[in-house]
Design a protein around this ligand. Sequence first.
Ligand SMILES: Cc1cc2nc3c(=O)[nH]c(=O)nc-3n(C[C@H](O)[C@H](O)[C@H](O)COP(=O)(O)OP(=O)(O)OC[C@H]3O[C@@H](n4cnc5c(N)ncnc54)[C@H](O)[C@@H]3O)c2cc1C
Ligand SMILES: *[C@@H]1O[C@H](CO)[C@@H](O)[C@H](O)[C@H]1NC(C)=O
Ligand SMILES: *[C@@H]1O[C@H](CO)[C@@H](O)[C@H](O)[C@H]1NC(C)=O
Ligand SMILES: *[C@@H]1O[C@H](CO)[C@@H](O)[C@H](O)[C@H]1NC(C)=O
Ligand SMILES: *[C@@H]1O[C@H](CO)[C@@H](O)[C@H](O)[C@H]1NC(C)=O
Length: 519
Amino acid sequence: MVAKKPRIVIIGAGMAGLTAANKLYTSTGFKDLFELCVVEGGTRIGGRINTSQFGGDRIEMGATWIHGIVGSPIHKMAQELHSLESDQPWECMDGYLDSPTTMAEGGFELGPSTVDPVSTLFKKLMDFSQGKLIEDSVCSEELSVGTFLRRGLDAYWASVKDREEIKGYGNWSRKLLEEAIFAMHESTQRTYTSAGDLSTLDYDAESEYIMFPGEEVTIAKGYLSIIEALASVLPAGLIQLGREVTKIEWQPECHRSVEVENGYGSRPVKLHFCDGSTMSADHVIVTVSLGVLKAGICGDSGLFNPPLPSFKTEAISRLGYGVVNKLFVQLSPSHDHEGKKLNKFPFLQMVFHRSDSELRHQKIPWWMRRTASVCPIYNNSSVLLSWFAGKEALELEKMKDEEILNGVSVTVTSLLSNEVKFIKVLKSKWGTDPLFRGSYSYVGVGSSGEDLDSMAKPLPESSKSGANACPPLQILFAGEATHRTHYSTTHGAYFSGLREANRLLQHYNCVGVSELLQH
Ligand SMILES: Cc1cc2nc3c(=O)[nH]c(=O)nc-3n(C[C@H](O)[C@H](O)[C@H](O)COP(=O)(O)OP(=O)(O)OC[C@H]3O[C@@H](n4cnc5c(N)ncnc54)[C@H](O)[C@@H]3O)c2cc1C
Ligand SMILES: *[C@@H]1O[C@H](CO)[C@@H](O)[C@H](O)[C@H]1NC(C)=O
Ligand SMILES: *[C@@H]1O[C@H](CO)[C@@H](O)[C@H](O)[C@H]1NC(C)=O
Ligand SMILES: *[C@@H]1O[C@H](CO)[C@@H](O)[C@H](O)[C@H]1NC(C)=O
Ligand SMILES: *[C@@H]1O[C@H](CO)[C@@H](O)[C@H](O)[C@H]1NC(C)=O
């Protein structure tokens, strides 16, 4: 029979999928070595990168920051593309705005002497848990970051006994205020990690996560400019949109020749799409989110047929995957011509009573109480941004726009003792979108970095050789949740796409060629 070109199908046109496609396409040199295609369930490329417009400004609905520029391949690409400069303003073009205004519920402004000691404590504890100060953790119990942090706060209180009670902050005592400032930082940590509850975030694994050094920056021309650059080298038609995969049939055990057995041609994998069509493949690179995989392994109508082996399903189940959403609101211009005009909205940090506290202001909705800040997206923008995690983030997806505007307005008005109105709202909906089912992954208590490594292993597992050998590398896995040290990030997704492309290039012995051609 005439030798066919191997067919590689990449599922998902996000950072991981497009990086793999770009690598496979550009580095084979003789570009017709593979039949390559990318099938994407949505109507756009980018996945969890979704650059949009709001109130005339460029904003990011998903990935926002390059987390550390030194050594980041995303930063390198952005530089080469001149994506870091723009004539138009963009989200966070001035970095983290300095000097926030911190307001406690009841309208009390908190000065640095109250806020800073708690902020410093929090930072020290997080640095410690991330292993910046120690090599190995000293605990053998299953410890969560949440528990560790609260122990740290208790230890702090024990060390600073007999302090004077503060005055002039209404019903706030010093201890309540410190706890609430601490909780504000915990809220921020929830959005960084996507662990809706920090007591589900594994303490030991925190120190495996690697952060690039250097500044954190946003991309002036939009995160999507990176995605578009990766896609731009691919020929038209290689990326197919609106092609949601509903089932992946594969061959973990081959007793006879696959060709004879199943009649799919000689290709061992068969993909089924939502419109009923099918496609056969030699290799499939699955880049769908951990949330999509979690949904895909439960119930009888799973995504994989036969189901994934238990080492995979266990890793998928144990690893954490949470919801983080961004909320953009636009300030009403009308408040400009009122007597007390707030011509520049501050970087507002919010310190709330606990949701169950008797002291809480009844009108501030529960879903605002674990939001740390409301902040203009750049110095003078009329667009304000807040981050939400966990059940508050899911609630946001359900609510009507007016309800959200009202809740944010009531909260901010009561904190600033100054009426603040909004005219427009835009929110991300990563939790309920069936193509994502959440935002990014984290290592949950009971899981570990080894589960992230298991996520990356191709299937079938190293097959027997000889007559009963199964075609190797039928299903490969890429995506942020498959990278042990850079999970949850765009560069983690990027590295994972490269890794799986290289795995296939190596399999076909064309790594040497590509490396040669690049120089
Ligand atoms: C709100 C938010 C903020 C973030 N902030 C940052 C940040 O500041 N910095 C950072 O580095 N990272 C950030 N991230 C994380 C970053 O966006 C992701 O880690 C990265 O984009 C994931 O890329 P991926 O290719 O692994 O997955 P995805 O982007 O999810 O790509 C997978 C693709 O598969 C498609 N798909 C799913 N199911 C199917 C199916 N059945 N058939 C066909 N196609 C399917 C999806 O539509 C999607 O396009 C953020 C994410 C969110 C949600
Ligand atoms: C706050 O303190 C005042 C007295 O300073 C008291 O009258 C009021 O009831 C307290 N508020 C709440 C909600 O407990
Ligand atoms: C923001 O604007 C203020 C004036 O309103 C200015 O003092 C400050 O330097 C600006 N900050 C940045 C980061 O541009
Ligand atoms: C930002 O606002 C401040 C104060 O309102 C103003 O002085 C400054 O010129 C503005 N800067 C820009 C870049 O618009
Ligand atoms: C992507 O952005 C658009 C707005 O430009 C929005 O309508 C869509 O819901 C966003 N996707 C997600 C998953 O948030």
